[in-house]
Design a binder for this molecule. Structure first.
Ligand code: HEM
Ligand SMILES: *[C@@H]1O[C@H](CO)[C@@H](O)[C@H](O)[C@H]1NC(C)=O
Ligand SMILES: *[C@@H]1O[C@H](CO)[C@@H](O)[C@H](O)[C@H]1NC(C)=O
Ligand SMILES: *[C@@H]1O[C@H](CO)[C@@H](O)[C@H](O)[C@H]1NC(C)=O
Length: 337
């Protein structure tokens, strides 16, 4: 809890230093209209209720924590953090229908479950977009990561387009130049990239997401990725053997601690045991490599946890809808067509 207090203090100091009109409230520009504790008056128990439900959800199935964190990434990068990842499309033209990036997304029913609880407590008040970021924040906390404040006050978008998901999400075989571009077009920095990629310290990935690039057909040449740690590769090949094992077989992204939010992601990447090309690629840029090396050697998680909290604020401000725009839906996964 001490860390939480420190982070809140840092945020307040930052807010005052940049002469914001109201402490804790985002200034004009990115994230205008968001605030820490936006529901203080309109739904005072909102954050507590989300955490309560998240505890039940991950207790029932621990793989859902990572899934909900990933859902936030996909919501925010595609048309902003506006809950549009939840929308369904009968004609299969929505964000959720984008292949292959969205095919393995999970956690939709759980967002709906949290939403139902909030609808009971405060009808038509808390947006799906805010539920997604609060659930993701709690997923980090419930895997022994930090608990940090997130801004709320987002409203839900009504548009969900498959092509946005195809265009705006980096594929797992993206190189460092492309990764930095995917982030910078969304106003996120190399630091946000390297810090948020550390989310892969929890969760699991299907073989189809990495096996060809890393194990069997690197650069289309029918070989194993020469940068992959030679001692790490055989175990992965065993899990993802083509033909014998299914592409959907899941592999721990951080072997041994897939449900522990810690620094081992950076130790792995530094030791050439990052799972995706996009993880390994963090060693191909001076600044991201420097950060990976420093976190791999860090004795405490304190700096990383602070960086993570700040990066989540940044990502959470992406193209948000606030004020009277957008809507507060009763059901997050409504049909758009
Ligand atoms: C930098 C570019 C990124 C790429 C290319 C990428 C790619 C992927 C891929 C391919 C998977 C495996 C999905 C599957 O096979 O089921 C995955 C999983 C995951 N990603 Fe990322 N990701 C990126 C950034 C992020 C960010 C920014 C976050 C969160 C803030 C995130 C959080 C996660 C989590 C938690 C999982 C595990 C999901 C689960 O266990 O169900 N990723 N990512
Ligand atoms: C909500 O309450 C918290 C804790 O007292 C405070 O830090 C925050 O600034 C408040 N937010 C708003 C928008 O009133
Ligand atoms: C990035 O920031 C610029 C300048 O503040 C703004 O005009 C633009 O809409 C932002 N883009 C995104 C994707 O947030
Ligand atoms: C390897 O990649 C190349 C180029 O993308 C492709 O033509 C070839 O079919 C792939 N081989 C296998 C075994 O998937």
């Amino acid at each position: 809890m001490a860390l939480y207090v420190i982070i809140v203090r840092l945020l307040v100091v930052a807010a005052v230093a940049s002469v914001l009109p109201v402490p804790g409230r985002a200034a004009a520009g990115a994230g205008a209209g968001l605030a820490i504790g936006f529901y203080n008056e309109t739904c005072p128990r909102a954050e507590e209720l989300v955490l309560e439900e998240m505890r039940d959800i991950v207790h029932e199935d621990k793989t859902l924590g990572p899934a909900l964190l990933r859902l936030l990434f996909h919501d925010c990068f595609v048309r902003g953090c506006d809950g549009s990842i939840m929308l369904k499309s009968k004609s299969k033209k929505g964000e959720r229908d984008a292949m292959p990036m969205s095919a393995s997304l999970r956690g939709f029913d759980e967002v709906e479950r949290i939403k139902a609880k909030l609808e009971d407590a405060c009808p038509l008040t808390v947006s799906c977009a805010d539920i997604i970021i609060m659930a993701a924040r709690d997923a980090v906390y419930l895997t022994n990561g930090p608990r940090f404040p997130v801004e709320t006050g987002r409203r839900d978008g009504k548009v969900s387009l498959c092509e946005d998901a195809v265009n705006d999400l980096a594929p797992p075989n993206a190189n460092i130049v492309d990764l930095k571009t995917y982030f910078s077009v969304k106003n996120l920095s190399w630091k946000d990239l390297v810090v948020l990629s550390g989310s892969h310290t929890i969760g699991r990935a299907q073989c189809v997401a990495f096996a060809a690039d890393r194990l069997y057909n690197n650069s289309g040449k029918g070989v194993q990725d020469p940068t992959l740690d030679k001692a790490y590769a055989p175990g992965l090949r065993e899990l993802c053997e083509p033909g014998k094992k299914k592409d959907e077989t899941k592999v721990e992204m951080d072997p041994g601690s897939p449900d522990g939010f810690d620094l081992s992601y950076y130790k792995n990447v530094y030791g050439n045991r990052g799972l995706f090309v996009s993880d390994q690629a963090l060693l191909d840029d001076k600044w991201t490599q420097h950060y990976v090396a420093r976190m791999a050697a860090a004795e405490s998680t304190e700096e990383y946890f602070q960086d993570y909290a700040a990066a989540m604020i940044n990502m959470g401000r992406m193209e948000v809808i606030t004020g009277d725009n957008g809507e507060i839906r009763k059901f997050c996964s409504a049909y758009v067509d």
